[in-house]
Design a protein around this ligand. Sequence first.
Ligand code: ATP
Length: 815
Amino acid sequence: QLDSNRALLRSCAPRASPRPVKNSPPSSRRSNRPPRPPRRDPMLSGDQGLPDGIGMARLAWSRLPTADGAAPLPEGPAASAPAQDELFVGAVESLDYEVIENYAYREEQAQRSKFWVPYYIMLKWFFALLIGVGTGLAAIFINLAVENFSGWKFTLTFAIIQHSYFVGFLVYILLNLALVFSSVYIVTQFAPAAAGSGIPEIKGYLNGVDTHGILLFRTLVGKIFGSIGSVGGGLALGKEGPLVHTGACIASLLGQGGSAKYHLNSRWVQIFESDRDRRDLVTCGCAAGVAAAFRAPVGGVLFALEEVTSWWRSHLMWRVFFTSAVVAVVVRSAMNWCDSGKCGHFGAGGFIIWDISGGQEDYSYQELLPVAIIGVIGGLLGALFNQLTLYITKWRRTYLHKKGKRVQIFEACLISLITSTVSFVLPLLRKCSPCPELETNSGIQCPHPPGTDGNFVNFYCSKDNEYNDLATIFFNSQDDAIRNLFSAKTFHEYSAQSLITFLVMFYSLAVVTFGTAVPAGQFVPGIMIGSTYGRLVGMSVVKFYKKLNVDEGTYALLGAASFLGGSMRMTVSLCVIMVEITNNLQLLPLIMLVLLISKAVGDFFNEGLYEEQARLKGIPLLDSRPKQVMRNMNAKDACKNQKVVCLPRVSRVVDIVSVLQSNKHNGFPIVERGQNGESLVIGLILRSHLLVLLQSKVDFQNTPFPCGPGILNRHNFSDFVKPASSKGKSIDDIHLTDEELGLYLDLAPFLNPSPYIVPEDMSLAKVYNLFRQLGLRHIFVVPRPSRVVGLITRKDLLLEEDGNTATTELQSTSS
Ligand code: ATP
């Protein structure tokens, strides 16, 4: 059939002077004029030209009517968000995970040699290696910079406060302000998509939604340098979420061969052209980010599997695992190199790894109750955190961020000032405590020399053998503060008063900081909040169950797990990450218990943090399961009252332009008139493909008959590929003369001839599963077919190498 199509196409007369595909200049000055109103073609809308009953299903929750047919808004707290629908329409676009088997694709497939597949697989592994190395290096750079900036900041401040507290305070807040300003400036002026953790957007990308700007080169740069400023500036946020985004950006940029905009690209590495391949690379990047952030390679793989991806295959699992392993090696090598003091303040601090092997090694059954309480607190505080951040983000978006970038910069600077003041002033209000008796060979110092990592910080204490417990966690870099909260040797070094003060203040700061225009992760604030109340519960257990050999640091760890479980609702991946960062396998059952309880309690109140934020950002995520109401609806209900916009096979250029200008749809059914005058749907064409054709102009023809000029060698499949997360072409960028508008375009060679089709009375739940599981973008809804031409079963799909089915063989074996 392909050959006969080719023959037909070759036989047609080409347009007089085809232009080159690439870099075609705007044809004339007049071309900016809007095209003449088109002569209305009866096929341009479904009510007139499309076969009866056809519809377009695109599953976005905002469009789905509720059971009572009321307002089509999402469930849960986000349901009250105004104008959700408007937010995501236009700002986000679905990805084409389905392979568009158009003419160019088939040509390319036919030309591939038998070595193509092994070569392609090898390349995928090579790219997995590159992603691992790239993300590992980015993580080292961020950690190195953050640790050094924090180290210098604390050393300088400590040196100055020996003489004057006020001057020390001023220097401290100014240094923090400068770092935070650099971060918010980079984000607002240069890379707006780098704000936040980026995980909701990446989750959306792997669910099939492309948010503009999230995987661009400048977003990567903004994320790296922005994280250094925001984390180094002491805000209540972490660098782990941004590292996931960084890994995804590196993967996507590698996959598309670099950044064309900044001339940092090469055609040699432009191998992965389909969204589907890029999706796999981005999955590797996410896992690499977590593996680098926590030095938890298995945790990284599970994070990608549990939290971010919507499609998973065993082949992908191996590659993701490989990438995470590469990250672990790269990071370890850097740590070993830096251990000898070559990297300034970066060394023992930096990467999160809290070895609490000296802590509690076993647990008794009486401890299950306090552990369950930690789980419940985690669920409640986590759900409250999600709810508060949701309200504040909505408020911010409505009243604050609309006012412009200056307001965003001012807001971040103000929060920096508040955070610095609170973390400096509150420890001053605490009394110093005498150092505990330490064994000489314990390796612990009290008080700790200023500016270096360690427990028992001496802050304003007049005596040499005193320390300030609140300063130990508040006036310290976050990684050191967590290490101190997790400290395994039980010296009872924190008073309940200090822990409660820290909990209340840091929780409030974390809520307020969330949503500012800086790169911000929620893992570290979550761990700090959770470990504080965990330690408080541990202290109570020590007090009331004196006989038990309980370690407060271990309870701090359980608290951290519970808060993350209650807020992010992860279980397996979080459990493995916690085990990997603490090196304590004995506590696995307790960690599992707190995670299960905290997730269950949190789920009772609201959705996980990333899902809520994704909805708020207008990312139409499709959950893994359809809503209950969809079982009672059918496909036709989802596209009720829809007037399908479609195009005839040979369309006038002016008609195509008019259709593209009149709506924002990204896919159009193509209809052809049969010999008896009946119309036949022959496929689906994407807006982006139409734009490529309109811009290149080489396929324009004079005749209105289906006989486009031979398109052989005119278009490669790569001509139709759009860079990830870029805005892509718009119809306004296309310039056509009056003469060109009057020509015709035969769309048959460029359409997807086999889009997915469902009968109109298929249950919507079934359509949902099909759509979600296959990663589709459009489904045609059609009336019940009148006849069946064949029936395929599993046995018809067991093809031999020569293309024959294995059915006969199977039948003979079974008989
Ligand atoms: P996506 O936004 O996922 O890339 P799209 O842009 O093709 O897909 P939208 O325009 O966002 O789809 O879809 C909005 C609504 O319009 C949906 O209800 C969808 O069913 C409907 N729709 C999409 N394409 C067409 C079309 N060609 N004709 C009529 N309605 C359409």
